[in-house]
Design a protein around this ligand. Structure first.
Ligand code: SAM
Length: 286
């Protein structure tokens, strides 16, 4: 097993991480080394992202690359950096090997990191979950909370959380087959109903609930990087248009541009959250 670490300048670290998560969607190990931040991936030779791609992803932020053979402890290290997260005191997102939270009124969401992005450990996932939990605190309309469409569902963490919090039907799309499988598997593990299929937001045009569209406007979850969010805003939606959209995966300085793009679809900024350099937006139909 190989541990491949990229050390990047602190001031460029968040941007480098955004690029790296595209290449290593199931997560990177982060170590703070002072002026430098180290991001590491583990894998067998031939399974790791190619070094030239990694170098290109972090660009000028790169300080050095450190490669080492890791022996027996790699599995433990992998587990050690997938830690449980408590969202808004209500939702405990944890890998299968961590114990339940056990607190009163705390729901458990088990996510196996596998090959797909979305353990709850990334700030953008956490920000989306916080906004979702808050929406769930609102009054439940007659006929239930209604449908959810999760764009770029990854591990399915947001879709599964939405189903646990009472939205139905919940549908996830992702261009990666592994993400579709992970979404369905994580839904089954958590005992909720979520459907998912493959859909490429760059190639397949406007997204929608398809056969699940029952005329009720959906809540759309979109934890995607800026270029994809802009594409979604430009393409719009097929079927019943959403009443609200949670967008994340964007850096703080990108938030105004993304909000403006969705405003042209009639989805207006209602709330903005930030954590470090990351931002999330709650947009509502104006
Ligand atoms: N929803 C999960 C979460 O919040 O943790 C995962 C979000 S992850 C930042 C973005 C997801 O978008 C990845 O699962 C990736 O495979 C997916 N994705 C990237 N490009 C896509 C595209 N062109 N079409 C559909 N999904 C895409």
């Amino acid at each position: 097993m190989i541990r491949l670490a990229l050390r990047v300048r602190r001031e460029d670290a968040e941007i480098a991480l955004a690029e790296l998560t595209e290449l290593a969607p199931s997560g990177v190990e982060e170590r703070d080394l002072g002026d430098v931040v180290e991001y590491a991936v583990y894998g067998a030779d031939g399974e790791l992202p190619a070094l030239p791609d990694l170098r290109a992803a972090v660009g000028d932020a790169l300080v050095e690359v450190v490669t080492e053979e890791v022996a027996d402890d790699w599995a433990d290290r992998w587990r050690a950096f997938h830690k449980p997260v408590l969202v808004a005191g209500r939702l405990h997102v944890r890998p299968p090997w961590s114990p339940p939270h056990g607190g009163d009124g705390v729901a458990e969401l088990i996510v196996d990191p596998g090959q797909a992005f979305g353990t709850g450990g990334h700030a953008t996932t956490r920000l989306c979950l916080e906004l979702l939990v808050e929406l769930a605190d609102g009054p439940v309309p007659d006929g239930g909370r209604g449908p959810v469409l999760d764009l770029g569902s990854g591990s399915g963490v947001l879709a599964v959380a939405a189903a646990q919090l009472g939205w139905s039907p919940v549908h996830g799309v992702d261009h990666e087959e592994a993400s579709v499988a992970a979404t369905l598997e994580n839904a089954a593990v958590n005992g909720v109903t979520v459907t998912a299929d493959r859909f490429d937001l760059l190639r397949d045009g406007a997204s929608g609930l398809g056969a699940l569209d029952d005329g009720r406007p959906p809540l759309v979850l979109a934890n995607l990087l800026r270029p994809l969010l802009l594409r979604v805003a430009a393409d719009g939606f097929v079927g019943t248009p959403p009443h609200a959209l949670i967008a994340s995966g964007l850096l703080v300085h990108e938030a105004d541009g993304v909000a403006a793009a969705f405003a042209r679809q009639g989805l207006v900024e209602a709330e903005r959250r930030t954590e470090g350099d990351w931002a999330a937006l709650l947009l509502r139909r104006g």
